[in-house]
Each structure stands twice: as C-alpha cells, then as structure tokens.
Design a protein around this ligand. Sequence first.
Ligand code: TTP
Ligand code: CA
Length: 397
Amino acid sequence: MHKTEQTRLVLHLDMDAFYAAVEQHDHPAYRGKPVVVGADPKGGTARGVVATCSYEARKFGIHSAMPISQAYRRCPNAVYVVPRFTRYREISQQVMKILQEYSPQLLQISIDEAFIEITQTANFHGGAQALAEKLQARIKNEIGLTASVGVAPNMFVAKVASDLQKPDGLTICEAGQEKIFLAPLPIKKLWGVGPKTEAQLQKIGFTTIGHVAQCSQKMLAEKLGKWGAHLWELANGIDARPVEDWGPRKSISQEHTYDQDVADLNMVEQTIWRIADGLSADMRRMELKGQVLTMKIRLEGFETFTRQRKLPEYMNDAETIRAVALELFRKFDCKGKKVRLIGVGMSHLNNTGGEQLSLFQSDNDRQHRDRVVNLLETIRDKHGEEAATRASLLETA
Ligand code: TTP
Ligand code: CA
C-alpha cells in the first residue's frame, strides 16, 4: 500500500431495526416480541409491504419490502403496527444531534444512517474506538436505542463495517486492512451493486469482493464502463470521497487558464464560445438551469474580477450563456493588460427534473433524503451507469 499523507477515520452509524426499535421503546409491552412495522395486514388479506421488523420477527424470515400478507402467514402472532413517521423523524433528529457533537463533518444518508469524519476529532475522545463506544452508549442512555457502528479509513468501508455485526455492533477496519477486510464479502455489498450488476458479475465468475479486487481495473471498465472502474476501486478499499453534505449544487462553472497570458481579445472571445458550449452541455446533462451568470477574468499579475448578470428566467442554453458572457466581457475594461484566465459560471440553480438530483433539489429537508442510497442503487441498477453517478452528487459546490 502507498503511504498516505494522513490516514482518515470515517465513522458510519446505522440504527438497528429502526422503526421497530422505536415502537418497542415507546411500547414496553412490545419488547422481546416480533414487531412488524408496515401496512395493516387485515388478517393476511391486505396488500402493502413491511417497512421493517424487529430482530425477533426476522427469525421468522420477515424482512423489509416483503408483502405484509406473506409476513402475516409467517408470523400471525407478531405485533403489527403502522408507521409513525413523525416520531421516527423526531428520534432521527436526536440521533443526528448527538452525532454532531463528535464531528462538524456529518453526512446523513437516510433517516437512520449517517457518516461523520472523525480524523480530526478522534483523539479528543481517546481514539476512534473509544469515540464509537461513547457514541453508542449515549444513544442507548439518552434515546434508549441501539446503533451499529463501523469505523474505517473511508466512507465505503465504514458503511460495510457497520453492517457486519448488527445489532449493537462495533466494527473497526484499520488502515491498510481494507482489502483483506472486504475480500470475503459478497459482491452485493459493493456500494451500488444491485441484482442486475450482481448477475452480470456472477456470470464472469465473481462472487466475492475479493474477485472484483483481483481482476484488472481495465477489464472491469471494459465490461461495465466507467462505473466498472469505480467498482474496482471500491473493491480495493479505495474511496476518496469526503464526508460532506451532499446538499443541492449551488453553482456550476468552467474556466480556462492560458499557458501564456493572452493580449488578443478575439482569442478570449473564442474561449468564451467554447466554455459556453461546454457549460451548457454540462448543465443540460445534469438537468440544471441557472438564473445568475458570472464571468470571471484573471489578468496578468493575478488580479481577478467577476461580473454578474441576472437572467430573466432559469436558463441553460448555449446561445444565452455565450451572449451574456460575451457582453460582460466586452463591457469589462482590461486596461490593456493581458488575460491569464477566463471563466463562466451559473448560480441560483434550479433543477429541471433530473432523476437523481431532484432527490436533493426538491427536498431540501434532510429527512426526505430517506432511502436515498437505496434509491440511487435501484436507479443505477435499472438504468446503468449513466443514470445515477454518485460522484456527480458529490460535486456540490
Ligand atoms: P434500514 O436501516 O435498512 O433497516 P432497519 O434500521 O430497520 O434495520 P437494520 O438493523 O438492518 O439496519 O432502514 C431504516 C428504516 O427505513 C427502517 O427501520 C424502515 C425504513 N425502511 C422502509 O420503510 N422500507 C424499506 O424497504 C427499508 C429497507 C427501510
Ligand atoms: Ca438501520
């Protein structure tokens, strides 16, 4: 392994049997019993599915997304309750509040799951393990529920780790052990691999993450495209994504720095044409429109200026971007100085209805990002690599 400058520490926390655990907490009579949260089974005749169930109910083979009628057949004597989302959100907020005390860098990915970056904060708490134990103890004492925790040098491995010893588990993967840690696990544990990709990989004889890690990245990229190259990295325990809020993207821009400062303003105008086309293409691909256009210009000697123009409506077409950027450039007085960099950006963005971004753009409320990882996985698995590149979600400004 290459020596990294600083080994990161990422913690992933996932509440155990979350909705069912809240019900057992609020109703002591349900404790120790199979509890199924979901549609009312109506004596086994109802449609609808199981949201989740307690670990006692899981012994009967009941699980999330199973038809409630089937759950009822498996265990008619279970306690069946309909979800109380407001209550689950309330508890979720309490959990996130505790988590925040252990790091300012928090990324909540569903109602009961979040990452925190503890690279800088672990030492204040006597190291990663002590921090994780304290966190679990506080959730138990202050909220009355159990959580499973994983700690690893990156988000992907931390998420896999938190799942390994559920419920109430703590699993730590030390730096340098990522590959060994992941190798025996089934490929469906690779982030983003759903039944379709799993079947594709099984066809070429891959059943464990280790199989994926050992093949060549090039081969996987040829088979599955860019997505394959990314999977190979995950399988090898490589995941450089920072723990930061995947909030809505605030701006998008392109710029060009000249190898040598340019005096010819026509040449700068040509660059603006090219940038406008590229920016428009990016925005259309991401289904974004913007209402404020910014031109950025850096002159020789590194003086940098920006000029903005509000557009009459949300736009992303190349003609408008080009025309407005050129107008701002022509109005700008370079005072005879050469140009070192030119850029164009759009802000005040409005999502135009793209599948993945709309998950975040329309629902600013973090709680509505529930199940977003699973959704992304489903989208990706249904539509292939172009549909849901998690990477683009991380490109938020
Ligand atoms: P999960 O974390 O997937 O499951 P869980 O917390 O119930 O159990 P585990 O101990 O295995 O983590 O989901 C969190 C909550 O999200 C879950 O309590 C109910 C809800 N949910 C659904 O409503 N539908 C689903 O299909 C899934 C998977 C979860
Ligand atoms: Ca959970």
